[in-house]
Design a protein. Structure first.
Length: 457
């Protein structure tokens, strides 16, 4: 950034939060400008984009911990892996940001590892969550698999009612066989047996994470979206006297399901909350996968828990699974990107210790930065993400992955053959429309898509 532009930004900073955030960002970029000019693409992407986004989020987390009087913070796997490191960096530079008595723990929790403990019987909730909202679902097979229920124990019940175990489920409310299956008390008794074991293991594991305590305030720090883990914990243990007041301090919060409305459980979207109806923040929702991937730990997802030598240990997804191999293939680029993010956090922390500003002063600039990179990516950005990360695992009981974006090499041969159905399938099976449109290099295509988003926002 030129001296003239830099001075202009500093003058504008006096007029609005956006320009205050832009000034702080420019100072962080200028401090490493020589390194950034020569750096790897992924390091620069982490430093120049996601570094600011995640650091402001963790700055907000620290502020909320003070505001709500949180006693204990649990960083939820796998995104909590990076979030905890940024949190510790900010605490190092400004120890007064948070009460020194606040404790932290990295918790191996996942949607799947907490679901069975919250499921004393099989209901339409599990059907919606593990089947109808899953593009790759194989009916009851997917539901049993996602809950961690042994399929061989439940297949006799599906056969009893003439339900093919891998038959996809659609309009479950009109399916008499399925509804009769759900009404089978012998089958539900079998579910309860496995539910009790899962509940006991999860309760013990949470004790190891210092979760329990009457009058205790615990925060979950996670990427968020639907708040499923928090919902599962509340459903499983809300009735217990030592269940704490639980705050979800999430990066983003979508309104795909009802927001948590329990008296002792609160949910906050700190960077993105769909209830606020902000078009810039909504850019997160068109490509949430990049925020999950960039913060993810190198270890596998947690499937459940087991007792080993008197302690409950997490059970991880096998390295033999295709979806896990896809994750591992991008570990190196993710590690480089995370190093850029952490270096940005150090620079931000230094400025925070010198200048003492709030996260809200940076929030509007962060949303603009997200819109630029997610809604209007450069060709280089879209190409690197589509070819070097490429896919993301779908952890809903299927060993499946989804494509992040469609490259021109995949699109044009199919399109030129006139196979429109296959073209539509390509887009349906990919996540990032804006990235795909940029890669196709059709002038104005992404602009039309963004105008449509704006009109129907």
């Amino acid at each position: 950034m030129s001296i003239i532009t830099s001075n202009l930004v500093k003058r504008q900073a006096k007029s609005s939060n956006f320009w205050q955030g832009a000034t702080l960002y420019e100072q962080c970029i200028s401090a490493r400008s020589d390194i950034l000019r020569q750096s790897d693409f992924w390091y620069a992407y982490g430093y120049e984009f996601l570094g600011m986004v995640y650091t402001v989020y963790l700055h907000k987390v620290l502020e909320k911990i003070n505001q709500y009087g949180i006693d204990h913070v649990m960083f939820v796997a796998r995104e909590g892996y990076l979030f905890q490191r940024v949190y510790e960096i900010l605490k190092h530079y400004v120890p007064t940001l948070v009460n020194p008595n606040v404790t932290t723990h990295y918790a191996y929790l996942s949607r799947q590892s907490t679901l069975l403990a919250s499921t004393p019987q099989l209901t339409t909730r599990e059907i919606i969550f593990a089947a109808t909202s899953n593009r790759y679902q194989k009916g009851l097979w997917s539901i049993f698999n996602h809950l961690g229920l042994p399929i061989e124990k439940f297949q006799p019940f599906t056969e009893k009612y003439g339900i093919p175990i891998k038959q996809p489920i659609s309009d479950y409310w009109n399916d008499p066989k399925l509804l009769t299956f759900l009404s089978d008390m012998e089958m539900q008794a079998e579910v309860r047996k496995y539910h009790q074991q899962a509940s006991d293991n999860l309760r013990t594991y949470l004790a190891q994470c210092q979760f329990w305590g009457l009058n205790r305030k615990v925060a979950l720090v996670d990427i968020g979206w639907s708040g499923t883990i928090q919902d599962n914990l509340v459903r499983a243990f809300n009735h217990l006297e030592d269940f704490p007041l639980l705050h979800g301090l999430y990066f983003g919060r979508k309104d795909k399901r009802a927001f948590l409305k329990y008296s002792n459980s609160l949910s906050h979207g700190l960077i993105y909350d769909s209830r606020n109806k902000n078009i810039n923040a909504e850019s997160i929702d068109i490509f949430p996968e990049i925020f999950e991937q960039a913060a993810g730990a190198p270890h596998a997802s947690t499937l459940g828990y087991e007792q080993i030598e008197g302690k409950v240990q997490p059970i991880f997804k096998s390295t033999q699974q295709y979806s896990r191999q896809v994750e591992m293939a991008s570990d190196k680029v993710i590690a480089v990107m995370q190093q850029g993010i952490l270096d940005f956090a150090h620079q931000y922390g230094q400025l925070l210790s010198d200048q003492s500003f709030t996260a809200d002063q940076c929030h509007s600039f962060v949303l603009a930065l997200i819109t630029r990179h997610i809604s209007f990516p450069t060709y280089e950005e879209a190409h690197h993400i589509a070819t070097q990360i490429g896919q993301q695992a779908q952890d809903k009981g299927e060993d499946k992955v989804c494509k992040l974006a469609i490259t021109s090499a995949e699109f044009w041969p199919v399109f030129l053959k006139g196979n429109i159905k296959k073209v539509l399938n390509l887009f349906k099976q990919s996540s990032w429309r804006a990235g795909s449109f940029r890669l196709l290099r059709i002038p104005g295509l992404n602009t039309i898509y963004q105008i449509k988003r704006f009109i129907f926002f």
